[in-house]
Design a binder for this molecule. Structure first.
Ligand SMILES: O=C(O)CCC(=O)C(=O)O
Ligand SMILES: [Fe+2]
Length: 265
């Protein structure tokens, strides 16, 4: 039986864990957090104020670090990515996305630690389990076995890699390797998720647009209002997220660590 102080935050996704120090986590507590994480897909740990080393140590419990060649990590902590306010026009995360879905093996988990929070700057998550489960039987049948091309278009634009846009083919319905549940795997129509395999863009886009829209309905979302010291971790195998840029030039600073994942199937 779990002793974790966990409060579900919506009916489908996210839970808040209180009275637990991630910097001093025991193995038993880790097992309970792991179980809760698989159940809720997003966990919020308020009031942690983790040091960079404690953030790294907590993240290391979940697997190997996922390092992206497209971004710049802290010089003394090469697995910690500082997220800063780059201005609304440069924000690549203000859209619904799975992190690095263009990679053959996208990260499994991302863990953010909030350092300085503006007025605003909330982040939202969607339950892609719920998105899949609420499709009709006919649509589930239609999507079974279908793969789509996921591309790093937004990121490539920002780092000016010219026409070299990395991309991968992934199943549109993926099975979570730990829970065995099916999740809808989609991306922003036309750039993150370009087209279905062996189909044209024109043929693909209407359905991609429907699935993206369907995935992000308010009844399967959690919206987090940040407080400094919060740690939030999400499962990048069954959720999308969206960072809202409504805070102008104010400082917004979070540290982020990602964990490597398997090939989606
Ligand atoms: O800034 C945030 O709240 C999240 C940004 C994001 O999409 C990410 O870190 O993967
Ligand atoms: Fe992201």
């Amino acid at each position: 039986m779990t002793t974790l102080e966990l409060t579900p935050l919506t009916g489908h996704v996210a839970g808040r864990v209180e009275e637990l120090s991630l910097a001093a986590l025991t193995d038993t507590e880790f097992e309970e957090v792991h179980e809760a994480f698989l159940e809720h897909s997003v966990l919020v740990f308020p009031g942690q104020h983790l040091s960079v080393d404690d953030h790294v140590a907590f993240a290391a419990r979940w697997g190997a670090f996922s390092i992206s060649p497209f971004v710049q990590y802290l010089p003394d902590h090469p697995q910690v990515l500082p997220l800063q306010n780059l201005g609304k026009a440069n924000a690549v995360t203000e859209n619904w996305h799975y992190d690095s879905s263009f990679l053959p093996q996208p990260p499994s988990i991302t863990i953010l630690s909030a350092r300085q929070i503006p007025t605003g700057g909330d982040t939202m998550w969607s339950s892609q389990y719920h998105a899949y489960e609420t499709l009709s039987d006919g649509m589930k049948r239609l999507l079974g076995g279908v793969r789509a091309e996921f591309a790093g278009t937004r990121l490539a634009k920002r780092v000016d890699k010219g026409s070299e846009v990395p991309s991968s083919l992934h199943p549109v319905v993926r099975t979570h390797p730990e829970t065995g549940r099916k999740a809808l795997f989609v991306g922003h129509p036309g750039d993150t998720m370009r087209r279905f395999e062996d189909m044209t863009t024109e043929e693909s886009l209407p359905l991609i647009e429907y699935l993206y829209e369907h995935s992000t309905q308010p009844d399967r979302l959690y919206r987090h209002r940040w407080t400094e010291g919060d740690v939030v971790m999400w499962d990048n195998r069954c959720t999308m997220h969206y960072a809202i840029h409504d805070y102008g030039e104010q400082t917004r600073s979070l540290h982020r660590i990602s964990i490597s994942g398997d090939t989606p199937h």
